[in-house]
Every structure is written in structure tokens, then in C-alpha cells.
Design a protein around this ligand. Structure first.
Ligand code: SF4
Length: 352
């Protein structure tokens, strides 16, 4: 068994979708919050659950241009299409697959999650649109019929997998599912079961508890690893266990880092967490005129100071802001740390 960052583990070849996700190179395209499965452990937030809206990474989608802009911003090499259940909005899903493939080419790897037992025609449409990899979530409702869809998807040439949460004490079931999906030429992804705001009560009422100081369910990790130890001896079995810690920290951090490195302005410093650090200046005067004055009077290289129209301020390097703050008491100087995401959420604002 191979172990990777944050306690993740796998046996057999990793799915391409997972490889790219681990590099932070996957755009996350949430196509709809609609889903018919009603899993009690569903972790979707109130903001998304049951709402027929699309999100790209942390940004609410209002146009195709925003989807493309977000992919460019992080230099994405692929996309994970998720929900809810994207198959409930198949036309929209097909549109996005075609949009991304047309813009970024065949190599742009697209995987998608669904809990719907798709028929031959629907699978063909997905394949023709350019879908590379399809992951079925096995639920209480679809557990008997889903296998036929997996078989069909494999037959038409899609890379196929199954994705389930690892329930404590259910290693027997995990072994069964892994063996069955392997016999159809697919892989199994195990997610560490985790508490969220929306499923905490349902999980607690079923006797699940928190593992240490994380959001993970106690016993989930052990069930996954015990099952994988047994599966390791079998040929052609591919299983990937993805921890809650990895999803929260590793995956997001990788994506932020990638976005920050790709989009940082010359005066922004990229932190190890993938955040942007810079100096900012607030003033009650015309910002463009102020910028020109500062460039002239303090000999600042023009590319190291810019007007941020959106936030109505000047932005520059931390060092320049610190220096200027010593002389220009009438202006307001700060060191700001912010996300490289579209909402540019500020995590720290320190006055100088
Ligand atoms: S299939 Fe996924 S999105 Fe739908 S209810 Fe279950 S966990 Fe939530």
C-alpha cells in the first residue's frame, strides 16, 4: 500500500482524476445542488444543497466566461464535475464538458460524479461530449441497479469508478464493492466519512463520533485501511482512500497555491498556504494621480504599484508600503493577506 500526503493511501494505479486533483490542477465545477438520493450523511452545505445553482471553485456561476476565467486563473489541467447530482441536469453538464474541451483541448481531463443509473444513450452523450472518467456514488437507493450502469459505462470506453464513504466497521462491504468494481475494470475511491454542519445531527443520532481534533468520523479510517490490507493481496484491485484532512487542507491548499502562483501580480508574495501577501494604501484622493506621484517622488518601479479599482485602493509590495508609511502620515497603509480566489476574501489586515 502506498501512502501519500495527509494520510491518503492507495493500492493499484491511481485514477487520472485523483492524480490531477492531488496536484491542485482540477477545476471544481459544481453543476447543481439537486439530488434525489437523500443520503443522511450528505455533507453539502445549506448554501448548495437542493439549490439548482452552479459554482466554479468558490464562485457562483453566472456565465460561461466565468467558468473559463476560473480555469485560466488556476491553470487547470482538468475539471471535476460534481453536485448534487450533475446527471439530473444532463444538458447543462454536457454543455460544460463541451465548453471546457473546446477551450482547453482533448487533453483537459474531465471526471464526473453521479448517483444516477444512466442508460446507454445518456452515457453515449457524455462520452461524445468528451467526458473521460465517471464515478458512481453507491447509495441506499441505487445499490442494486448501479452495477449495470457501471458495466455499460466501461463498455463504451469511459474510465469508471465507484466512490463511497468508508463507514466504521464495514470493511467487509468495502472489500465486496472493491472486488466487484475491479471485476468490471473500475476503481474504488473511499472517502473518510466526516461531520459537516448539515449532517452532524444525523451522524450523531446513529452513534458516530468525532475522531480526535478533526471533522472525521472515528473508525472510518480504520475500516478503510483494514479493507485495503485485505485487498492488497488481490490482483488488479485499485483503491484510493482520501482522508478528510487531505480534502480540507491538502487539496484546497494545492489548488490555492496553484492559482496564486499562476495569478500573482509582481508586487504580491505567495505564501506557503497559497495566499497572497501585499501592501495596500487607502487615500481620499484620485488613486491614479496618487500612484503617479508616488512613482515619481519615491522612485517606485511602475509595475510594483497599481490601482485596485474593485477595492478602491493602491496595491504594492509589503516593503514599499512599510517604507511609504514612515513618510506619508495622511494616507492609510496596511499589510493584507487574501485568497487568490474570485471573491478575494481577506484573511488578515494589519495596519502599519
Ligand atoms: S448522492 Fe451525494 S449529493 Fe446526493 S444526497 Fe447522497 S451524498 Fe448528497
Amino acid at each position: 500500500m502506498h501512502t501519500t500526503r495527509e494520510g491518503n493511501a492507495y493500492i493499484g494505479r491511481l485514477a487520472r482524476g485523483c492524480e490531477l486533483c492531488m496536484q491542485g490542477a482540477k477545476l471544481v465545477l459544481f453543476v447543481t445542488g439537486l439530488c434525489r438520493e437523500g443520503c443522511y450523511y450528505c455533507p453539502l452545505s445549506e448554501k448548495r444543497r437542493g439549490k439548482d445553482v452552479a459554482w466554479v471553485n468558490e464562485r457562483l456561476v453566472k456565465s460561461d466566461a466565468e467558468v473559463i476565467a476560473e480555469a485560466l486563473r488556476m491553470r487547470a489541467e482538468g475539471a471535476g464535475i460534481t453536485g448534487g447530482d450533475p446527471a439530473l441536469k444532463l444538458k447543462r453538464t454536457l454543455h460544460y464538458i463541451q465548453l471546457l474541451k473546446a477551450k482547453f483541448g482533448e487533453e483537459f481531463h474531465i471526471h464526473m460524479y453521479t448517483a444516477t443509473c444512466l442508460d446507454e444513450g445518456e452515457l453515449q452523450k457524455l462520452k461524445s461530449a468528451g467526458l473521460d472518467e465517471l464515478r458512481f456514488h453507491i447509495t441506499q437507493k441505487n445499490r442494486t441497479q448501479v452495477w449495470e450502469s457501471i458495466r455499460r459505462a466501461k463498455r463504451i470506453g469511459l474510465e469508471v469508478g465507484v466512490e463511497i464513504p468508508a463507514f466504521p466497521d464495514r470493511e467487509e462491504e468495502i472489500v465486496e464493492i472493491a472486488t466487484r468494481v475491479a471485476s468490471l475494470g473500475g476503481f474504488l475511491n473511499l472517502n473518510e466519512l466526516e461531520f459537516s454542519d448539515t449532517n452532524a445531527q444525523a451522524l450523531r443520532s446513529r452513534g458516530f463520533s468525532l475522531r480526535g481534533d478533526s471533522y472525521a468520523v472515528a473508525g472510518s479510517r480504520e475500516a478503510a485501511l483494514k479493507a485495503m490490507e485485505r485487498l492488497e493481496k488481490l490482483a488488479d484491485v485499485r483503491v484510493h482512500f482520501c482522508t478528510s484532512r487531505y480534502k480540507d487542507a491538502g487539496q484546497l491548499r494545492q489548488r490555492l497555491l496553484r492559482t496564486a502562483l499562476a495569478s500573482a501580480k509582481p508586487y504580491e508574495e505567495v505564501t506557503e498556504e497559497g495566499l497572497l501577501l501585499k501592501g495596500v494604501v487607502y487615500a481620499d484622493e484620485d488613486l491614479e494621480r496618487l500612484r503617479m506621484r508616488l512613482v515619481r517622488e519615491f522612485d517606485i518601479p511602475p509595475h510594483l504599484i497599481a490601482v485596485d479599482k474593485e477595492k478602491q485602493r493602491l496595491e504594492t509590495t509589503q516593503q514599499i508600503a512599510r517604507e511609504l508609511a514612515k513618510y506619508l502620515k495622511e494616507l492609510r497603509f496596511y499589510i493584507v493577506e487574501e485568497y487568490p480566489t474570485a471573491d478575494r476574501l481577506e484573511t488578515e489586515v494589519v495596519p502599519l
